[in-house]
Design a protein around this ligand. Sequence first.
Ligand SMILES: Cc1cc2nc3c(=O)[nH]c(=O)nc-3n(C[C@H](O)[C@H](O)[C@H](O)COP(=O)(O)O)c2cc1C
Length: 323
Amino acid sequence: MALPAAFRDLAIPAIASPMFLASGPDLVVEVCRSGLVGTFPALNARTSDAYAAWLGEIEDRLAAAAQAGQRPAPYGVNLIVHKSNPRLAADIELTVKHKVPLVITSLGAVREVVDAVHSYGGAIFHDVVNMRHARKAAEAGVDGIIAVCAGAGGHAGTLSPFALIPEIASFFTGTIVLSGAMSTGRHIAAARMLGADMAYLGTRFLATRECMVPDAQKEMVVGASADDIVYTPKVSGVPANFLRQSLAAAGIDLDQPKHEGGLDMASEAKAWKTVWSAGQGVGSVREVLPAAELCRQLIAEYHAARREVAQEEAAASPFTPAA
Ligand SMILES: Cc1cc2nc3c(=O)[nH]c(=O)nc-3n(C[C@H](O)[C@H](O)[C@H](O)COP(=O)(O)O)c2cc1C
């Protein structure tokens, strides 16, 4: 298992992944206090000053938890490394100043950002949807690669984890994180069986009390099944998974062409407010829970699944192949 030192003491090997308009300090703190890695996108704070304030608040609340005898997990932030993100330089400076333990980069895997995070001993993971991007991330020197596979919430990939994880593992010796359609502790155990070091869960954390999305979105997640998830570029130009019910409510006609041509952060921000993203793991989400309770549930399910496998293994009579 290839985990940076700061991540060897987690309750289970799982990250509550960063979600635009959804994850903020309350969710991050509750997840970290529960022993899982909590994260948020820097852009969820409306300005770089607000981002600095969030970092300060999270540090203070986690330090208070540590003083009270808890062992909170490290937290992380997501930075969009793309020319259309005007805040990138300022947000990197603040990330370095606050020594954020885990930085997750999206889009650009850039050596300078890797060096900036390593300068204070932080870990940097990069998310990818294919092998070309995985190789670029490895070349940039990241500590971890997040394989965003088919069925994930947000800008999902199209590859099966059974295909992508072993291919990444064949050349990358750092941490491998699996993302896509995992909503239970059993899923996290399955990710480990597949060869991933950690699991990356987004959609399941949408249905938590601390998540910042509207209650109607949480209820839509709880009521949805995998059939309700539509993978389309027609919301913002970049393919992503959305709840069919929210596409209909926003009057988006999937038969009409939408503008082509890559990422435009302004139109993304506008689109995602009215059309709600979620992954195919919605079918395993049956209630809105406080994040700490959800984490306790995930931890119990994870250990139960691992025990089940161990017991089956112990009970199996050894198979002797015919000579
Ligand atoms: C509502 C929503 C917003 C998201 N926003 C971001 C984001 O801002 N940055 C990012 O790196 N990933 C984002 N993602 C993707 C998640 O970090 C993660 O890869 C994905 O949710 C995992 O799949 P799952 O939702 O099936 O668990 C988002 C996902 C959702 C559902």
